[in-house]
Design a protein around this ligand. Structure first.
Ligand SMILES: [Zn+2]
Length: 492
């Protein structure tokens, strides 16, 4: 049967049955006096349960996107994403299949209860049992505040992500051997769940302890780790400890030794130049049909030459007309041990009068204008083959996604201020200032990173200027001065 027909029948069935929409009791195994229930619809062969309602009963936070017909349940260790009309459930990188698709009815998501509960059992920290004879749901709520962890391992960095059943107070401490100790006063921890995941990536040992005054987690990294940080996310409550190795970017030990031999020499400060767009993505297009991708590549190549002439090493993320996925650009930068990442762009705006120079660094967007630029520059992912790898830059996952940059926000801001100053002063161009926004291209780079907008192709004057080789050379020369000043440690 065609899927859409099947869905139609189910929805019709729901509609006819909606008069019988009813509630099913939940029996709490820890508290026999507690009486709650969850909204269900009894079909002929199946009981469908209201996902949002069930999540609320179980204290699982959820987020729905009615326009995309998706709902996400934030299970403690893994999110589950359900899509209307699909029997597939996305659990991290895993795809789970249920025998029946999710249906949307009256803006609520419904799932067949038996397969749903068998799926949730894997992710719910307490215990769940569906009793078809009631029918009723038996629930044993989680006995621990901390019931597990997951690792996010990338070249040169490892994150330990510890979800919690509720927001917990914590204290973090760095021990002499570089271990990070987290202490959660008054909390209960599932020692077994932690013991089974005691190593990954840069972590050589992870230990959990329960004492009468609280729970403790001690994470010991290997000797290559040079920095660590702890972040708390409020909703959903979780704690993220990140370790970065000296070799962030996965340099082999020989290259690492070479780098360490002379840390101060500029010759070893690799500047990564990232001309935006390329290939089938032209970027902004000027009235006279000049393309952003060509202008920024030309300025990039000139900047490369200018820096090389000063003895500074450079790496280009692209040096010809090809499209590099946004998230690969940061990886390239890390691999070559970059010290500075500069993404070059030209702006465009429906208001043809808009003109001037802007520099951005990666941080949550604060202004409308910055939001528009970020949306424009991020929209290139429509040209890429796999778009699903880009998570939405909502506030809640911003911290996690941008942890690679978190250690460099200050330096990125300093770099942005210097670039903005040296270019605008040197060329007498309109200074539109430094701003912050969420750019996918800046997310993965573990170094100070900026996105530079060298003018508006939508503005007649600036378009004309950017056509001129002479202007592009001057622009590259000023960028070169800015980078050298930054490497020297200058302030704006
Ligand atoms: Zn661009």
């Amino acid at each position: 049967m065609h899927k859409s027909i099947l869905i139609f029948i189910i929805i019709l069935g729901l509609y006819l049955q909606s008069a019988f929409a009813t509630y099913m009791p939940i029996a709490w195994m820890n508290d026999p006096d507690k009486e709650t229930s969850v909204r269900i619809v009894k079909g002929r062969h199946q009981i469908l349960v209201d996902l949002q309602d069930l999540a609320e009963r179980l204290d699982i936070s959820w987020k729905q996107d009615i326009s995309k017909q998706r709902i996400r349940l934030d299970m403690p260790v893994q999110n589950l994403i359900f899509s209307v009309g699909s029997p597939f459930v996305l659990a991290g990188n895993d795809l789970k299949q249920m025998p029946l698709p999710i249906v949307l009815y009256d803006d609520r998501f419904f799932a067949a209860i038996e397969p749903l509960i068998s799926l949730l059992i894997e992710y719910y920290p307490g215990e769940l049992l569906f009793d078809p004879n009631g029918p009723r749901l038996l629930v044993t709520p989680p006995r621990h505040d901390l019931f597990g962890l997951r690792y996010d391992v990338q070249p040169g960095r490892t994150r330990v992500i510890i979800p919690a059943g509720r927001p917990l107070k914590y204290v973090s401490n760095t021990l002499p051997d570089g271990s990070i100790e987290l202490f959660f006063p008054g909390s209960r921890i599932d020692i077994k769940a932690f013991a089974s995941k005691s190593k990954a990536g840069l972590i050589v040992k992870l230990r959990a302890e329960q004492t009468v005054i609280g729970a403790k987690v001690i994470i010991t990294p290997d000797g290559s780790v040079s920095s660590s940080s702890v972040e708390q996310v409020k909703d959903p409550p979780l704690y993220c400890v990140e370790f970065i190795s000296k070799t962030a970017g996965g340099l082999d030990s020989k290259a690492q030794r070479r780098l360490e031999e002379d840390k101060n020499a500029w010759a070893l400060d690799v500047v990564v130049i990232d001309p935006g767009h390329g290939g089938k993505d032209p970027g902004a297009i000027g009235k006279t049909k000049i393309y952003e991708k060509d202008i920024v590549l030309d300025v990039g190549l000139r900047l490369k030459k200018a820096l090389n002439d000063k003895g500074v090493k450079t790496v280009m993320t692209r040096d010809n007309d090809k499209l590099i996925p946004l998230n690969a650009r940061g990886r390239i930068a890390n691999k070559c041990g970059g010290k500075v990442f500069i993404s070059l762009h030209a702006n465009s705006c429906p208001n043809r009068k808009a003109h001037g120079i802007e520099t951005y660094f990666l941080a949550p967007t604060k202004t409308d204008r910055a939001m528009k630029v970020a949306m424009l520059e991020n929209s290139v992912i429509k040209y890429e083959e796999t778009q699903d790898q880009y998570q939405e830059l909502t506030e809640e996952n911003f911290i996690l996604l941008t942890m690679a940059q978190a250690n460099f926000v200050k330096e990125s801001e300093r770099l942005a201020a210097i670039v903005q100053d040296r270019v605008c002063q040197g060329l007498s161009l309109r200074d539109r200032g430094v701003d912050q926004a969420g750019f996918y291209v800046l997310i993965g780079a573990s170094m100070p990173s900026i996105l530079f907008e060298m003018g508006f192709l939508s503005n007649r004057e600036e378009e004309k200027r950017m056509r001129s080789k002479d202007f592009r050379q001057k622009m590259a020369d000023r960028l070169c001065v800015a980078v050298l000043d930054f490497l020297k440690g200058a302030q704006k």
